[in-house]
Design a protein around this ligand. Structure first.
Ligand SMILES: Cc1cc2nc3c(=O)[nH]c(=O)nc-3n(C[C@H](O)[C@H](O)[C@H](O)COP(=O)(O)OP(=O)(O)OC[C@H]3O[C@@H](n4cnc5c(N)ncnc54)[C@H](O)[C@@H]3O)c2cc1C
Length: 389
């Protein structure tokens, strides 16, 4: 067992941090306050090749794996960008590059991957529906065959980046649930080009992460050629797992990065801030939670990297992915919570950034999969304690 990163992996982390250095806290504050997408940051990241990390070299990418993707998202967030920064690469890499590289046909790869690698084409994923969040089987957006096209109707919700994206991985039903031979069949994935007049995209006002919109989508008779099906008709749930697992692990790395960023700033502050004639860092009520946060973050990171490594080896990783997601979110939240406490009243002031990281952190208990569903998957599928769904 080797816990060391390779020289190339260390270099990735280092060069990502170099890029982030040029984007000070004021930049991220402005993106959040003014609801602006970090366009300049995305350009800088794309210029250095990070938009093509998981894209095979023959399509203009770097041909790297999920471990390198996690190292990158961790370094982006920890280097100063917080979770806001990971939205610049995350949706396109995970919802576009990963499934198309793995399950796309030659024409799909040629159409999408080279542009994604250059940062010229963004993606989003339309999975969640008003009545199908944790329960994907309940998807009701229908794709009905009409000659060599499909006609799609339905509603999606919380689709991040849909208002900017040039393409969407759209999860539909091609066979209604009550007619599917097995519950896990009848779902089909489509690659949909955006914008389209039959696809209305409406941003939702939300609690944090204001630099990117999460949107409602109303699909009204969208016509998609059959060559846009990704993978096999009716069997879409299987390639979908190859998106959901990387999404859970990739975002977990960003969560750890954001927790580490908050922790670093809290430690700096605690060493400088004097109350009752001494730095507050000496008080165990401040020091011990921050030390515990360090231990939790480093432990969670090991599980995130293990899950990513298994993924890269194409080995079973459901249990590790669940545990990585669960522990990363607990560690990240713990770190930001105690960072905020360390800052005292200043933690509540926008100028100190920690309140923004807190708002960013609050998402990950709920998405991309809730903590409860992660526990249910572990309890039911790994530990055999019976099903709740
Ligand atoms: C900001 C944001 C961005 C998002 N981006 C995207 C995106 O880009 N694309 C996309 O497709 N989706 C996206 N989502 C959706 C997200 O993945 C879902 O919100 C999430 O999966 C939970 O679904 P739900 O909100 O419908 O909750 P529900 O499924 O309604 O669950 C409600 C509560 O019940 C609990 N619960 C339900 N069933 C069980 C059970 N069997 N056992 C224990 N507890 C249970 C859940 O854990 C949760 O606490 C995003 C969401 C947000 C908030």
């Amino acid at each position: 067992m080797d816990f060391n990163l390779s020289e190339e992996q260390k270099l990735i982390a280092q060069s990502v941090r170099e890029i982030v250095k040029d984007f000070p806290p004021e930049y991220w504050r402005e993106m959040d306050q003014e609801h602006k997408f970090p366009e300049e940051f995305k350009k800088a990241v794309a210029k250095e090749g990070y938009m093509g990390m998981v894209i095979p070299e023959e399509y203009g990418g770097e041909g790297l794996g999920m471990l390198e993707m996690c190292i990158t998202t961790d370094a982006l967030a920890a280097g100063g960008a917080g979770i806001s920064g990971i939205w610049t690469i995350g949706p396109t890499q995970i919802f576009g590059a990963v499934p198309i590289s793995k399950h796309g046909n030659e024409a799909q790869k040629e159409k999408y991957l080279p542009k994604m690698a250059k940062g010229e084409l963004e993606f989003c994923m339309g999975l969640t529906e008003p009545d199908a969040g944790s329960n994907t089987i309940n998807t009701s957006t229908m794709a009905v065959r009409d000659g060599d096209e499909y006609v799609i109707n339905g509603k999606k919700i919380f689709i991040t980046n849909a208002d900017r994206a040039d393409g969407m991985l759209l999860i539909t039903r091609t066979t209604p649930l009550d007619k599917a031979p097995r519950k896990i069949m009848g779902i089909t994935l489509f690659l949909v080009d955006l914008p389209d007049p039959t696809v209305e995209v409406v941003p939702i006002e939300k609690h944090g992460l204001h630099c990117v919109n999460s949107c409602e989508i109303f699909i009204d008779n969208l016509r998609v050629p059959e060559e846009n099906v990704l993978g096999e008709v009716d069997m879409g749930l299987f390639p979908l797992f190859d998106v959901l697992n990387p999404e859970r692990v990739g975002t977990s790395a960003g969560v750890i990065g954001c927790g580490s960023l908050a922790l670093e700033k809290a430690v700096e502050y605690a060493k400088e801030r004097e109350v009752f004639g001494m730095p507050i860092s000496r008080h165990q009520a401040i020091q011990f939670p921050l030390a515990t946060a360090k231990a939790k973050l480093e432990t969670a990171k090991l599980m995130v990297y293990k899950a990513a490594l298994l993924m890269d080896k194409d080995e079973e990783c459901m249990a590790e992915t669940c545990m990585a997601k669960l522990m990363a979110v607990e560690a990240g939240e713990y770190a930001v919570y105690h960072a905020m406490q360390t800052f005292g009243g200043y933690g509540y002031a926008v100028e100190y950034d920690v309140e923004r990281w807190w708002r960013e952190m609050n998402l990950w208990r709920l998405a991309p999969v809730t903590q409860e569903m992660t526990l249910a998957m572990l309890g039911q599928n790994v530990m055999g304690m019976g099903r709740s769904y």
